[in-house]
Design a protein around this ligand. Sequence first.
Ligand code: FAD
Length: 398
Amino acid sequence: MPTHKVIVVGGGIVGLAAALALLKRGIDVQLYEQAGQLQEAGAGIQIGANGTRVLYALGLERALANVQAVPVARELRHWSTGETWTWFELGESSARRFGTPHLMFHRGDLHAALANAVTSLKPDAIALGKKCVAVGQTAERAEVRFEDGTRATASFVIGADGIHSTVRAALFGRSEVEFTGCVAWRGLIPMDLLPAHLRRMVGTNWLGPRGFLLHYPVRRGELMNVVSIVERDDWRVESWVIEGTTREFADDFCGWHADVQALIEAIETPYKWALMVRAPMPVWSLGRITLLGDACHPTLPFLGQGAVMAIEDAYIVAACLEKYFRDPAKAFSRYEEIRHERTAAVVRKAQENRAMAFEPRLAEKDAFADAIARDWMKVRVSERLDWLYNYDATAIGV
Ligand SMILES: Cc1cc2nc3c(=O)[nH]c(=O)nc-3n(C[C@H](O)[C@H](O)[C@H](O)COP(=O)(O)OP(=O)(O)OC[C@H]3O[C@@H](n4cnc5c(N)ncnc54)[C@H](O)[C@@H]3O)c2cc1C
């Protein structure tokens, strides 16, 4: 039976970030991923300044520069008239303000950059086709059991196996899930298939009464990512791989501006995801086993911080394991002490943002202008986001 210092279960963005953070500190790690090949969803992801700060500290700045998109601005648009407000600047101005830029990626590109960094430090660090079905532990070791009947042990196990985490269920039982009444749509468009006026390095938020739609460039500006959320109560599956149809997506945005219709029509394969909430977990660790990312604090995507929080987790849990390797209780209690309140605040505030994004009065012209002035202008946005982007996980003393 293979024996390691640390096992990470799950090879998503978050599991890979944890493996890289551990290897960078000289801690041997083995990652086990259920899929037969490493892959990520065909969708975009925004990484705010607090996330790029950690990725740069892990040595990824150059690899990311080859695939990132750096939007020059962010705009707000009225759902039916298309009226446009400049919202806040990104890219260079984020780097000036927070020290690191706000970047947009194709998830597959970010995932590949992390996987390459991991395997350049330990070529056989990632084992594929290994579905964890159970975990267990003694005072000295933790153990992972796989669907194929094999087992592996380590001093510590980290469950980074996502929103439907097997490790979480094994430690704490199944969590209660509540449907939010919202469905997320997403899809990618080759930039050159869009009308010329939409082919820009700008992130755009379309605000409307019962939904919003956001689009931003990824992969050096070669693709436009579209993600939208709409109130709907007839879809209950949380999955990155369930396809919807263009007609269904367009029906959800019936009456919206012609640019929104053009974006929806241009998406080759739209995917849909039902948004669920789970009660916050009071603890994430038991003995030598802990959780990180969506496995312990899944969040609604209204702040674009789910993966970023988990990247911060990865950096901190690695620092705690380096410092307290001989004291498992301390290693994970210190990790939770540092991370619990911040991630809980993100989960809470993302839920609060939902109310703002789905204001039914946005259907009225005057109410829309009021909402822009009240909720979306620069100073309000600073109040909402600066505490997120200023946080420096790499400077926290463990
Ligand atoms: C519509 C939408 C938009 C979003 N936009 C953003 C954004 O812009 N920025 C941001 O920071 N966050 C965003 N998020 C949140 C973000 O997508 C998640 O927080 C992030 O993907 C979680 O990563 P993860 O690695 O924890 O989980 P996953 O990405 O789910 O990875 C889990 C991995 O574990 C593997 N696995 C699962 N079970 C097992 C098992 N039993 N054994 C072995 N392997 C297993 C899976 O195959 C997978 O590879 C968004 C979410 C949604 C729904």
